[in-house]
Every structure is written in structure tokens, then in C-alpha cells.
Design a protein around this ligand. Sequence first.
Ligand code: HEC
Length: 151
Amino acid sequence: MAAQAGFGNARSTTDLISPKLPALHFYQLALLAPKPPDGSFDAAAAARGQVVFNGAAKCSVCHVPPTFTEPGWNMHAADELKIDSFQADRAPDKKYRTTPLRGLWAHAKGGFYHDGRYATLSDVASHYDADMALGLTGAQKSDLVEYLKSL
Ligand code: HEC
């Protein structure tokens, strides 16, 4: 409604907001993601998982390190993700945003993806493997999960 009514483009004659945005943006980018607690992931498996993430599993095509989202335009259509467009269709561009992956361990409750449809990181890895026909082995998938927990 607000978008349809053009409120996103509304400006008052004295613009009190725009001058504050660059500093706010800088501050947001400067915030560090919380570090995973010691012993919460297997470091050797995570190192192998990093290779899978950037190689065989092609995750880094969209989740580009070090932000793990995409520089510039980070939106994707539902069919690129092999999921339904129900929630995307509610947005003006009908797309999903590439989620930054740092600090994933800190919000593991409630599931992953915009609606929490994948209960665990292992479910996320299986979704990509099956629906994008990646052909990963079980070991590659579990290494990938350890890497995700390490971010
Ligand atoms: C085509 C681009 C693309 C590729 C390739 C991709 N992702 Fe994603 N990823 C996304 C988008 C977009 C979302 C957000 C989906 C949503 O919210 O419904 C997402 C969400 C996620 C999430 C959920 C994060 C959260 O906080 O809920 C995880 C974890 C994830 N991706 C891991 C991976 C892994 C691991 C791979 C490789 C196997 C991968 N992604 C490949 C675009 C991609």
C-alpha cells in the first residue's frame, strides 16, 4: 500500500532524513557479526566445507565472501532458488534477497529462509543439493554445514 501510494519517494521541504543516511550506512557496515563460540563447529570440516562452498556447491556465486551477499543487485527470482514465489510476490520487485550468512549460528532457532521453511542448515544444504542438482556427497554436505556454522 505504502509503496503503491509512492510514500517511498515522499520528501518534505526540509529533508531531515537524507543527510543522516550516509553515516548510518557506514555504521551498519562497520558492525561485526557475532563470532561462533569455541567448540561450536568442527574446524577441519569447516575448512573442507569452505572449498565446497566456493567450488562444487557454487554457493559463492550468490553469497560472495566476505559479506556473503552480493555486491550491487542481490535479488533473485523464486525459480532461480527453486522455491515458490508466495512471499516474493508481495514485494514490488517480486524477488528474494541473498541473505548475508555471517553469524548464522546465532539465529538457528526458527529455521532458515524468509519463512523458516528449512529447520536446520543440513536441510538448507540438502535443498540446494537436490533442487539445483549439485551432486554433492553426504560428506561434502556435512562439511558445508560446519563451514556455515563457522561464519
Ligand atoms: C542463485 C543465488 C544463490 C545461490 C547459488 C545460493 N544461495 Fe543461499 N540464498 C539465496 C537467497 C536469495 C536466499 C534467501 C532465500 C529466502 O529468504 O527465502 C538464500 C538463503 C540462504 C540461507 C538462509 C540464511 C538465513 O539466514 O535464513 C543459507 C544458509 C544459504 N542461502 C546457504 C547457501 C549455500 C550453502 C549455498 C550453496 C549450496 C547457497 N546458499 C547458494 C541465494 C543463493
